[in-house]
Design a protein around this ligand. Structure first.
Ligand code: HEM
Length: 514
């Protein structure tokens, strides 16, 4: 039942079966919901079209949708309409309007679903829960601490110089990589390079230290951490599915725990190093100044175990998301040279050529922001999410749902909905620059989620991506590498390209552009 926990597929979907949706899973219905009988009773969950568990399993296993869950959203929407019970017995919504209705009814302490296997690891090792694993009032209080210095746009700006340094190093690395290619302008496996960039950027903020991911040789400890993330995700699904008694017999639990051990040992080592640094300063009666980690460590509401738990989850959430979004954005810019040209003009007229753009400047470029928004609409890095609404009964799309109904959000299908986005398969950043009457419904593309449980790293991610694109545009014109062929998307929790991406980086300053 928890296919989203398959390799790479993780936590942004409800795991719980909705109490109000707990009927059997055997019936396949293509019959549209019966018309409302307003005089007697409103339509309920029982009136919704429904995908059976068997149909879902068939599609995942025999039709190969297990790595194309995003495309399954479109197929199911075509068959069952914009609101239906999916094969997991949760209610799937796939229009901006329905999504808005659900989110406007969200709980005081929003809940994406059961995180018990993640919690189990933390309980086993005595770590605190982080923003993903914590719930209810404790989650709310934790977010109040984590949001500070991170969530408001002006909070993120203080990291502008730190990010700027990482971006500068990455540009240097692009020059280095492309001159190694036979034509002198191609960078291969860009997704991997951007993964290292994102890890370096988020670590430089969270740990206030540089890891060296953009050096020629990536440090061993760092590669171990990257491998540990992959190991944890690869075994997540099996651990969820298998009964507890099998843990001593089958290898999955052991590997899953080892994966988490690798993630936490990396994070705790860096946190401990910072603690020692702070302690030395205090012992010498010196002032302690620092950024995010120093702030967390000096916060009396957080124990060191809580800091371990939260920082590890922030680190985990902050790498694949930004790196894949940047990969898709560069791919789209290479395919749409006219958009790239507009972006280049905006960048070069907004900031003098002799200096790097400031963090404030990069956030003041409307086309740049529209480019990122449009890329995330077409390739939402988190293509599905959800909520369990537990506070009250709700009315969504004319249907009455009782408390504890689980809703799934088909963000990929919503972002490709023709009614909200004419020519949905075309990259058109301009659509986000129209006046408020003509702008698309904002719920059509909410890549960072919504409300109090929305992405805590949003402003940091935006700063990273804007700063990156701004610098890159000034150095290079990006063109497709004809050798790469067509690029498709696959869903491994996050929406990623189906193969290593390679692109041509033509020097803007040298007249090298072809
Ligand atoms: C392109 C970049 C990113 C995208 C598209 C993205 C998207 C999301 C989404 C959709 C959610 C769920 C929100 C909801 O349920 O309403 C989320 C949650 C979260 N994100 Fe991000 N994210 C990105 C980058 C980051 C970064 C850089 C960090 C770390 C600094 C981060 C940390 C988190 C955390 C900790 C949560 C869980 C929040 C909670 O449950 O309270 N994300 N993100």
């Amino acid at each position: 039942m928890v296919w989203w926990l398959m390799k790479g597929s993780w936590l942004l979907r409800p795991l719980a079966w909705a109490r109000s949706c707990s009927g059997g899973a055997g019936r396949v219905s293509t019959v549209p919901a019966s018309p409302p009988n307003l005089r007697f009773k409103p339509r309920t969950v029982e009136d919704l079209p429904r995908v059976s568990l068997w149909e879902l399993l068939y599609r995942l296993t025999f039709q190969g949708f297990h790595s194309h869950m995003h495309e399954l959203q479109i197929l199911e929407k075509g068959r069952y309409g914009p609101i239906y019970r999916n094969g997991m017995n949760a209610v799937s919504v796939s229009t901006a309007k329905l999504l808005e209705e659900v989110l406007r009814n969200d709980d005081k302490f929003p809940n994406r679903g059961d995180m018990s296997i993640w919690k189990e690891y933390r309980d086993l090792r005595g770590y605190g829960y982080g923003p993903f694993t914590e719930k209810d009032e404790r989650w709310y209080n934790l977010r109040a601490v984590l949001n500070k210095r991170m969530l408001r746009p002006k909070d993120a700006l203080q990291y502008g110089d730190t990010i700027g340094e990482v971006v500068t190093d990455f540009i240097r690395r692009i020059y280095f990589l492309r001159q190694r290619s036979p034509t002198g302008d191609v960078v291969t496996d860009l997704n991997n390079e951007l993964y290292h960039f994102s890890l370096e950027a988020i670590a430089s903020i969270l740990f206030e230290t540089r890891l060296g991911c953009l050096e020629e040789e990536i440090p061993t400890g760092t590669q171990d951490f990257i491998n540990a993330i992959s190991q944890m995700f690869s075994n997540n699904f099996q651990v969820f599915l298998m009964p507890k008694w099998s843990r001593g017999v089958l290898p999955y639990w052991r590997r899953y725990v080892a994966g988490w051990d690798g993630i936490f040992s990396f994070a705790t080592r860096l946190i401990d190093r910072k603690m020692e640094f702070i302690q030395q300063h205090l012992d010498n009666n010196q002032n302690v100044e620092g950024e995010y980690l120093t702030y967390l460590l000096s916060n009396t509401q957080m124990s060191i175990k809580d800091v371990y738990g939260s920082v590890s989850e922030l680190l985990l959430a902050g790498v694949d998301t930004t790196s894949n979004t940047l990969t898709w954005t560069l791919h789209l810019l290479s395919k749409y040279p006219q958009c790239q040209e507009i972006l280049f003009k905006e960048v070069s007229t907004s900031v003098p050529a002799d200096r790097a753009p400031s963090a404030e400047e990069v956030t003041r470029m409307p086309y740049l922001r529209a480019v990122v928004k449009e890329s995330l609409r077409m390739f939402p890095v988190i293509p599905m999410n959800g909520r369990i609404l537990a506070d009250k009964d709700v009315m969504i799309g004319g249907y009455q749902f009782s408390k504890n109904t689980a809703f799934n959000f088909s963000h990929y299908a919503i972002g490709r909905d023709e009614d909200t986005f004419p020519e949905p398969a075309t990259f058109m950043p301009e659509r986000w620059l129209q006046d408020s009457h003509n702008r698309p419904n904002a719920f059509g593309a909410i890549a960072f989620g919504f409300g109090v449980r929305g992405c805590v790293g949003r402003r940091i991610a935006e700063l990273e991506m804007y700063s990156f694109l701004c610098h890159l545009m000034r150095h290079f014109e990006i063109k497709p590498d004809p050798k790469m062929g067509e690029l498709k998307s696959v869903c491994r929790t996050v929406l990623i390209p189906d193969k290593p991406v390679s692109l041509r980086f033509l020097d803007r300053g040298s007249g090298h552009a072809a």
